[in-house]
Design a protein around this ligand. Sequence first.
Ligand code: NDP
Ligand code: 2IT
Length: 444
Amino acid sequence: MSYVDDVLARVIAKNPSEPEFHQAVTEVFESLRPVIEANEDFYKREAILERITEPERMIKFRVPWVDDQGQVQVNMGIRVQFNSAIGPYKGGLRFHPSVNQGIIKFLGFEQIFKNSLTGLPIGGGKGGSDFDPKGKSDREVMAFCQSFMTELCKYIGADEDVPAGDIGVGGREIGYMYGQYKRITGLYEGVLTGKGLTYGGSLARTEATGYGLVYLTDELLKCHGESMEGKTIVVSGAGNVAIYAIEKAQQLGGKVVTCSDSTGWVYDPDGIDLEALKEIKEVNRARLTEYKKYRPDSEYHEGRGVWQIKCDVALPCATQNELLIDDAKQLVANGVMAVCEGANMPTTLDATQYLQENGVLFVPGKASNAGGVATSALEMSQNSERLSWTFEEVDSKLQSIMVNIYHNIDEAAKRYGKEGDYVTGANIAGFEKVVEAMLAQGIC
Ligand code: NDP
Ligand code: 2IT
């Protein structure tokens, strides 16, 4: 058995009941095969694949809090500090009832390569809780966040581990957690990113993931003789990433006709009304059923279904495994040109393969959604120098980071004879820097 297959089998056996982690490792290992097999004895002796799939540290803790009825509630909290070869651990916190160890490990593993692709000095980490902020009062969310940080604060720091937002964690949650960190440690430091602008946040961080996704997509299209101008775009999700992807796509002349949440989806053939969407989701924290009140001619459907709408570009921006093989077939049948992932691992392995085999330009999330964490690293820089940069300054750095990521993954794919395979290109380019740093630092 080859070294790659041997370690993959052991990772799966050693981490049972973690299908998302197996999926993420399988995708990365398949891409790395040509790199590893060109020097198999060396990588095997160094146990590089074993080291890169075993988190440096994993912290799991109880999060007790009191709800508005006086009832004590208990959630699980977790932080996976996966790899610090190129910088302090960096990655978001996800609050969603589906959160478990396998999901946080897949996200932390992906984050290692994503953070490497940004070109900035940040290692890979991820964390979260099975707490569901939906339907909770602000006081309940604050009670939960304070309890969560009371434990987490022992393991993080501006030069150690810097969490941020992800699903279910936005400005409100970051604010409550920052306040609690400061109370306990007495430190006013850049321990979290995605902070509010009055206490150390960076301009353009809110927009960064969605904007970055569209900057990269636009560069991809331009390098293939196209652009976002005049394209019909299908987006899934209606959260932070989706909203700002829609905003930038519209600014570049694209027409976005869908969005979705966990209960249903909207088709608005005239183009999504972004102000309405922001009011529904950012201000009222309401369901997409509300959208029809703003746009009576739009359609609302229960369940999932955005991928059946004919489009040129598809941007999955909700969650993992939301674009399945049948969706990929439908997209191809409808003539889709490009699929770029805003979410983390939204496309299943077989759907990815189908899209690639049918000539669709496909960019994996670890490259195309890296603008969020890249701008978090810019927030860290601003905190360190105790200065704030203008929106234009941060936005233009974000833009060049995304353009560079596209060219780096394109070049890495070409170097291994896989032109146009951006999955392989992203995994190899991300891996190369991390491995060089790991080897330089000895056995650790
Ligand atoms: P938000 O919580 O702001 O929004 C998530 C959106 O996806 C909501 O519309 C939500 O619907 C929907 N959604 C979540 N879970 C499910 C589910 N199980 N089934 C169907 N729909 C679902 O999160 P973000 O926009 O921040 O994150 C979206 C994706 O982007 C995630 O994969 C995240 O890991 C990734 N990402 C986020 C970055 C960031 O900076 N925020 C950076 C890079 C990647 P509902 O409101 O009904 O729950
Ligand atoms: O998946 C991700 O890259 C994020 N949720 C953002 C992480 C960060 O540290 O900004």
